[in-house]
Design a protein around this ligand. Structure first.
Ligand code: SF4
Length: 358
């Protein structure tokens, strides 16, 4: 791999990698292997409970986001202990863990309760080095960003925003119930607060052309995210999209097309952006299609080989935006009032049944 015109090469470039891979980034930052441990803290979602819509995204198996689930939840601390134990059985040399708040919308509760559950996770085990928190772009009022900023003074914190695409027809098709404006507003308020801003993208949304996906790549670059997760569209049982795929109404992307699209996409992304995922999948017993996404290591190898074949690398075609993302003004919070009413309130509401930290 040759990177022309670059005297000041980044660590991943010096290591000869084709892109700024997350595992290597974590090893450099924490001095060893760091693994995520997924936590279900009993959150629901404003796209399910009616705050902005009902039904949820068409790819999300959100049937379990109901109040009855919460009482059956294993306590967060127990989930973390079990998760850490199972990762340690799998990898002998793990030096740290990220508590990953993954299912549902993990910033959707009164901010006091968010603080309680995040701090509980951080205190749980000496090897927990930080948090990753998955959420929606319309669900991060300023009070949540201020909390993340506070926690990031002492810990690694990553806030993960589901963007999926910049194009409204795709957002509508997925029933995301937010607009691209919400995403722009969220990142412009979240950037440069000391925590990492990660963006989730889905490639292969029906009706999106290659050009449209590249427009999304350019938009991600323009907005200056710290990290990115790329997912192929995939369908699981129990979702409305799953029904459409099973009924032959939707065509999934072919494997070769996906490999090429990922490489095209990453060529447009700044070299400083950490690439946390290059594909997505689900447990085989739930996955409907495409089956090729189950072979993650094969996909990774094909993507690396495509970079090599092109003598290319992440950021090869990146063009810096006219306005540096760090110079973009911080806008007024546009979080919908119906969501803000659930978060920007004091005291405990019976949203989460977590073990009290006190
Ligand atoms: S916003 Fe997230 S949690 Fe809510 S329905 Fe969509 S994918 Fe599921």
């Amino acid at each position: 791999m040759t990177i022309s015109g670059s005297n000041d090469r980044l660590a991943w470039q010096r290591e000869g990698l084709p892109f700024n891979a997350f595992g290597a980034f974590l090893r450099r930052r924490f001095g060893g292997r760091v693994q995520r441990v997924s936590i279900d803290a009993g959150f629901t979602c404003p796209n399910v409970d009616g705050a902005v819509a009902r039904g949820g995204c068409n790819f999300c198996d959100n049937r379990s986001f109901s109040p009855s689930r919460r009482v059956r939840l294993k306590r967060v601390s127990e989930q973390l202990e079990n998760g850490i134990e199972s990762v340690r059985r799998r990898y002998k040399t793990v030096s740290g863990f990220l508590a990953y708040f993954q299912p549902a919308t993990n910033t959707y509760a009164p901010v006091d309760q968010l603080e309680e559950v995040y701090r509980l996770a951080l205190r749980q085990h000496p090897d927990i080095v930080g948090l990753a928190i998955g959420t929606r772009p319309d669900c991060v009022p300023d009070c949540v960003l201020e909390l993340a900023e506070q926690l990031a003074r002492e810990h690694y914190v990553s806030l993960e925003f589901g963007m999926q695409t910049m194009h409204q027809p795709g957002l509508d098709w997925m029933n995301r119930a937010h607009t691209h404006d919400h995403l722009v507003n969220a990142i412009d308020r979240a950037r440069s607060r000391g925590f990492e801003c990660c963006v989730h993208i889905i490639l292969g949304i029906p009706g999106e052309t290659h050009e449209m996906m590249m427009q999304t790549a350019t938009e991600v670059a323009r907005l200056g995210f710290d990290a990115i997760k790329l997912h192929n569209l995939y369908a699981v049982q129990g979702t409305s999209m799953g029904d459409e795929v099973a009924g032959g109404k939707i065509k999934m992307m072919e494997q070769d097309t996906y490999v090429n699209t990922v490489v095209d996409f990453l060529e447009l992304i700044p070299p400083t952006t950490v690439v946390e995922r290059i594909s997505g999948d689900a447990p085989p017993k739930y996955l409907i299609a495409p089956q090729w996404c189950l072979k993650k290591s094969v996909l990774k190898q094909q993507i690396e080989e495509e970079f090599q074949r092109r003598n290319s690398y992440q950021g090869k075609h990146y063009v810096a935006p006219q306005t540096d993302p760090n110079d973009r003004p911080r806008p007024t919070d546009n979080t919908p009032q119906s969501i803000r009413d659930q978060i920007d309130v004091r005291g405990r509401l019976p949203v989460l049944k977590i073990e009290s930290a006190h």
